[in-house]
Design a protein around this ligand. Sequence first.
Ligand SMILES: Nc1ncnc2c1ncn2[C@@H]1O[C@H](COP(=O)(O)OP(=O)(O)OP(=O)(O)O)[C@@H](O)[C@H]1O
Ligand SMILES: [Mg+2]
Length: 276
Amino acid sequence: MTPVFELEGLRVSLCQRHRQTELVKGVSFSVSPGQCLGILGESGSGKSMSIKAAMGLLDKGFFVSGSARFQGEELLGKSAEELRRLRGGKVGMILQNPMTCFDPLYRVGAQISETFAAHTSLNAAQIRQRSMEMLKTMRIRHREEVLEKYPHQLSGGMLQRIMIGIAAAMEPALLIADEPTTAIDAITQAEILDELIRIKRENQTAMVFISHDLNAVSRIADEIVVLNQGQVVDRGDFHHILHHAADPYTRLLVEKRAAVMRRYRSVLEGKEADHA
Ligand SMILES: Nc1ncnc2c1ncn2[C@@H]1O[C@H](COP(=O)(O)OP(=O)(O)OP(=O)(O)O)[C@@H](O)[C@H]1O
Ligand SMILES: [Mg+2]
């Protein structure tokens, strides 16, 4: 099966005043339909940069080489217009801060409609119906009212859910979520993760899920890569990462998780007093 998304030896460097800094140093991975790749790594390790480079979201100062393919087609070298059409169409992107993805000056409903209008041939009435269906799928209540609201009148979690809903409604072949749960509380985080898992299962969507959180990644990802200073330092399924990860950053993440699990078990077993 042809992978949906594939990076091969992807490199990104930044050229400033005749100095070249290498930010991504030969990253390779691939994702198949219905599969989720989790990308872990500490802040600044090159997680977002790798995705942005592949999807044409870096400005001119960056030099990108290697290969990034979507459904077998090379992305590097495609025109800005081609890549823009791909994003929001066959490739859905969910970004860290939902507020930055909505224009504060326009009602949420208008912004949802605009996306549907740009990427489908539906008429106004059909778009309205699709918008309502999308909100329902994303378990949003008071849907008529929500469409009339401005972004600042809705919570971060709700905007995030709408953003995922829009991305999923386009039935993308690939859905990229870059730290989609960082800006929201733990309960909403779990719900967002549930939605993504449902989308993956029901639509056979290939996914890339970027996070600092090993717990979140372990719930959704079939395969995990860990980045450190622009390189893949560990790779494998959750079990492999848990038991055989070699990189110190990965070990730290695993130990943090183990500590949480130990505490959880001791609470369950009624040993809470021992730890008080
Ligand atoms: N616009 C930019 N100009 C110069 N350097 C940048 C720029 N954006 C990112 N970098 C650098 O590139 C490297 C990789 O950054 P990247 O944004 O990919 O990190 P990340 O792994 O996504 O981190 P985080 O978890 O904080 O989102 C970092 O060293 C960062 O400082
Ligand atoms: Mg990032």
